[in-house]
Design a protein around this ligand. Sequence first.
Ligand code: FMN
Length: 398
Amino acid sequence: MANLEVDFCGVSLKNPIMAASAEPTLNADNMRRCMDSGVGGVIAKTMTDSEAMRELTTRSKWRFLNERHEVCRGKVPRAFTLYGRSGLAFEEPEVFLKEIREALSYASHCGAVVIGSIASTEISGWVDLAKRMEDAGVPLMELNFGCPHPKLMPGVRTGMNVGQDFDYACEITQAVAEAVDVPIMVKVTPQVIDLVEFSGRLREAGAAAVTLTNRYLGFIPDIETGKPLIYGWAGAGGPWTKPLTLRWISQVHCRYKGDIFIAGTNGAYDWRDVVMFIMSGAHVVQMCSAVMAYGYGWLAKQVRRLEEFMDEKGYERVSDMWGIAADAAIPYAEMPREIARLNPEICTYCKRCLRVCFYGAMQDGGDRLWVREDRCVGCGGCLSVCPVAGAVEVVIRQ
Ligand SMILES: Cc1cc2nc3c(=O)[nH]c(=O)nc-3n(C[C@H](O)[C@H](O)[C@H](O)COP(=O)(O)O)c2cc1C
């Protein structure tokens, strides 16, 4: 049986799957339901001293959208978008800390780890919230520099407004790291130029981990009414964000190779994605949107299937998969030259490949197709559209 245990920032987790800080972790009751699903960790909804960010949650709006970015009715499809405007924890810190203590007490019985998340608008506030969160007993703490909504709220200097100001973000990180003993994870916004450099700077400032990444800000018009969905700009995410997130995770992994822990979030839909996040270099994977779409049972299923996958593949430990795909990535200039090969025995002459060959390599011989080798660059477009397995192959050019 595979061993799913992971070490994250010196804290032992029974498996690498976490419930991300959001509505599924809004209070002790919700966190308990996450823990009952068997996840290794639960990150509490972000506790804040910003009244504006607490008040915003009382007017939360979010919608599951289908592939055409229309509001879903009934079943939420695999390729959904979760589009929403919402704030941080409802309660003032003093009250919210009771929820944290309750969740911590439950966690001690079920072997899960409860992680605090905080957000302030002043450096002194970040430090104060961090100390109070540490006093409550959390073994790890996340600083939320990624929340997209403050960007739309003039004067609210938190979340993404911090994550886009690297100097200020490092100042906060250093102040918090000096004030508390628990390891700090910094959750960043993806809407910046360079998260590799930034991760290094956060590490120097005292972060033990980076959480890559929070959600994007988006905009979706309703073409029937000519108005924006849910009143205007909003946070956007869903399974489609995965490759964008994995780009940053893999690049941070390749640059720092374990000198900084990585928590992955933004686009993990199921256990397959958890594996992809880990193979890209994430130590743990946080999930939110899929849980909001399919319920807490979704988490339990992913923990179970992750274990089955590891058993099937012979991975004994999560660390056997850690960063292996990122480590195997090669630069553009080192890619081998390839070429398409057609198998005329099974090609059905459907000509789909002809439509996608923009290099003029796929040729129509009247009753069969053939590849003009001097023109074929081996792009593989033909392979992707061919409906018959094995009719097209892409091989290394000899
Ligand atoms: C409705 C909603 C509320 C969220 N609230 C928070 C929050 O309070 N703190 C935080 O750090 N991230 C928050 N997030 C971001 C999630 O924690 C998570 O990082 C993000 O949704 C990407 O992961 P996913 O693709 O699994 O959804 C929220 C996301 C959603 C959809």
